[in-house]
Design a protein around this ligand. Structure first.
Ligand code: EPU
Length: 426
């Protein structure tokens, strides 16, 4: 049997209500943080996506009992502290495995994590993660492609965690998770402000940590002796929310996103408003609808609260149909443009100049077989398929399934003609 793919017949206007899953990028570090806790952690709204499955597999190898319960929650208990190694096999599948580094060092005083390589969206160094661990007192060597880290009890310190592209989301998460059990006070300057980092800090605080300043560039962590378990609900996925907002706009439809958080999407909604998409909150949720004419706009990705890189591909799909020229600049991952050539196969007019793409709006997109290359690029192709004339096949959707829970089912429930099929030879 071949690989799964999506078949999408473009055209139907989407209408109805969608409940968003919990945020993948909040869930992953919070799952890893279970290594730090004594006793039971119960997480609600953990999305059932492939990346979560990869991480639970890794956590099981690291001695954490993992159990999906009948009510959909996930129970984790760290029982066996012997194994401290995250092997290449799993890290290569999912770079976010790097977020076990901080918890392993803090709790077990040693960690061996395979060095993540680059990925479809470009070079992705981990120098800032390593800097954070060293500043907290860990000794780190690189042996046979593994990061081998050792420490006695970590020591609180003041650190600057900015790099050439600004703050780092998982680097901040790792630093926070390492510092919670350190001796004394840690201050992280130029910390990432993303809602997923705030969610991790809130989770850790519920487990007995003393973190303040989350959501600002200066996070302060007072080390504690130990963390206990807790019950916690993961925030709704803002990237999934943004993806459905574009789905409503690109089909001239109207969707209500029941649990979307507008405070997590300000830069994105600002751009949608400039395009002419209506976004309003009422007592049922956030309602997104679109006027027929889409205005061209300029978009620049930035760390939060700026425009998220994880929605760059999706807004590009929408701007392909705007009435004029838009300019999209990628300031986080300058090579994150693999969707450009695929969108062009569907009739989009795009010109890439370094980290910028000039989007010349066209009247319509046309269906074509296209290939997903990374998670968010895949979502952009699905969105383009919803609007294109004809039947689009999106191949290699295993990329998409790393981070979207049942995207096809959710889209079908609001009127899209999308089928997940098996047997793809591409
Ligand atoms: N960077 C460094 N050195 C480091 C770490 C990062 O120079 O040690 C650079 C990166 O190369 C990039 C910038 O800093 O230019 C920001 O990268 P960041 O570290 O913030 O990315 P990340 O933490 O590895 C998370 C998300 C990504 C999302 C980025 C940016 C998770 C699991 N992943 O990655 O999500 O694009 O933040 O917001 O949280 C996705 O979900 O599709 C995805 C790729």
């Amino acid at each position: 049997m071949g690989l799964p793919y999506f078949e999408i017949i473009g055209g139907p206007r989407l209408r109805g209500s969608v409940r968003l899953s919990g945020a993948k990028n909040a869930a992953l570090p919070i799952l890893a943080a279970s290594i730090l806790c004594e006793g039971e952690v119960v997480l609600r709204d953990v999305p059932r996506v492939a990346d979560v499955a990869s991480l639970t597999e890794l956590l099981a190898k690291l001695g954490v009992d993992v159990e999906w319960r009948a009510d959909g929650s996930l129970k984790l208990i760290a029982r066996d502290e012997m194994n401290c190694r995250a092997e290449y096999d799993i890290v290569r599948k999912m770079r976010a495995s790097i977020c076990v580094l901080g918890p392993l060092l803090a709790k077990r005083h040693r960690a061996q994590v395979s060095m993540p390589g680059g990925c479809a969206i470009g070079d992705r160094p981990v120098d800032l993660h390593l800097r954070a661990m060293r500043e907290l007192g860990a000794e780190i060597e690189l042996i046979n492609g593994d990061i081998v880290a050792k420490s006695k009890r970590l020591r609180g310190t003041e650190m600057f965690l900015g790099g050439p592209f600004g703050s780092t989301v998982l680097g901040t998460a790792n630093a926070m998770m390492a510092a919670v059990l350190a001796d004394g006070l840690t201050v992280i300057e130029m910390a990432a402000c993303e809602p997923e980092v705030v969610d991790l800090a809130n989770f850790l605080n519920q487990c007995g940590a003393a973190i303040s300043g989350q959501g600002t560039p200066r996070i302060v962590i007072e080390g504690v002796k130990e963390l206990h378990g807790c019950e916690y609900t993961i925030i709704p996925d803002r990237i999934e929310a943004g993806t459905f907002m574009v789905a409503a706009a690109i089909t001239n439809g109207e969707l209500t996103l029941e649990n979307a958080r507008l405070d997590h999407l300000m830069a994105f909604v600002d751009r949608l408003a400039a395009i002419g998409v209506n976004v309003e909150k009422n007592d049922k949720g956030v309602v997104v609808s679109s006027a027929r004419r889409l205005e061209p706009v300029d978009v620049t990705t930035q760390p939060f609260p700026g425009f998220p890189t994880d929605l760059q591909a999706q807004i590009m799909a929408l701007l392909c149909l705007a009435d004029g020229n838009s300019v999209i600049t990628e300031k986080i991952f300058p090579d994150r443009f693999l969707h450009v050539a695929e969108l062009a196969r569907m009739g989009a007019r795009l010109r890439k100049e370094g980290p910028t793409v000039i989007v010349q709006g066209v009247k319509r997109l046309v269906a074509a077989p296209v290939m997903a290359s990374d998670l968010r690029a895949s979502a952009a192709l699905v969105l383009a398929g919803l609007a294109a004339r004809g039947t689009t096949r999106v191949h290699r959707i295993y990329h998409l399934e790393r981070g979207y829970q049942q995207l096809d089912d959710k889209l079908r429930a609001v009127g899209a003609e999308i089928q997940r099929k098996e047997g793809d030879e591409v």
